[in-house]
Design a protein around this ligand. Structure first.
Ligand SMILES: [Mg+2]
Length: 251
């Protein structure tokens, strides 16, 4: 059960070498901008020797733009784990995933619900997953009859992706290949707000949940049960208070 981030001990904080942050609902509440306070605390993390990376459902080009703007050097995991690069200026890592199952499932849904499935324009920038809105159709109903794909609801948009891909598994794959040398799970802090972050919380012991009022109560209970720590504040401010605590107790 998630406890206050204030319980992160100096010893645990000193072990952290990489912070992997989700974006929407964690660093901001959507849009391309991060508050000056978030930008500032990310700089301070880096100055204290902690590398910062992003792990999000957003596209790779969007994360690269954000990372370059922030001046961060850590890994970028986009499309909820389907696409990754070790550094913002490095090439894409070959994770061996195909977009075929997601495209096929989208066509199935379009023929089942004509006029109610709306694709988002950034699908043209996506390599593996497909994003869409399904006006008023519950996720449970959408899932029926879909094979080989998973349906994820980030609370911002619905994602269709081949089964078996998640943020946690992809981050684990990257750890062995980092420039920092091999990183252990205890040296990574993961921060997120929604069910797409659950695999990160399950695989990495140092996990922070940022409360998100838009998450359904049942999901929120699961997230609180599976994460180690929780912030007091929501997106943006919540990240700043946790990162500031870590920087302060390290010294
Ligand atoms: Mg999120």
């Amino acid at each position: 059960m998630a406890q206050s981030y204030r319980n992160i001990t100096p010893q645990a904080a000193r072990r952290i070498r990489l912070v992997m942050a989700d974006v929407d609902g964690t660093l901001n509440t959507g849009g391309d901008d991060l508050s000056p306070a978030v930008q500032n605390v990310i700089n301070r993390l880096q100055q204290s020797g902690i590398m910062v990376g992003l792990v999000s459902g957003r596209t790779d080009p969007m994360l690269v733009r954000m990372a370059v703007g922030l001046g961060i050097g850590g890994p970028l995991i986009s499309e909820n784990g389907a696409v990754a690069r070790l550094t913002p200026d490095g090439g894409l890592v070959d994770l061996g995933y195909s977009r075929r199952p997601a495209l096929k499932a989208l066509e199935q849904l379009k023929s089942r619900y004509p006029d109610r499935i709306r694709e988002r324009e950034d699908n043209s920038e996506r390599l593996i997953d497909v994003v869409f809105w399904a006006e008023g159709i519950p996720a449970g109903e959408l899932k029926k009859g879909l094979k080989d794909v998973q349906l994820l609801d980030s609370t911002y948009i619905l994602h269709l992706m081949p089964k078996g891909i998640d943020k946690g598994k992809t981050l684990l794959k990257l750890l062995g290949r980092m420039n920092l040398g091999k990183l252990g799970k205890n040296e990574v802090l993961v921060v997120g707000d929604s069910m797409t972050d659950l695999p990160l919380f399950k695989l990495f012991p140092l996990s922070i949940l940022i409360p998100n009022p838009n998450i359904p109560a049942a999901d929120s209970r699961i997230l609180r049960k599976s994460s180690m720590y929780i912030s007091d504040h929501e997106a943006g401010e919540g990240f700043v208070e946790v990162a500031s605590h870590i920087i302060n107790v390290r010294t």
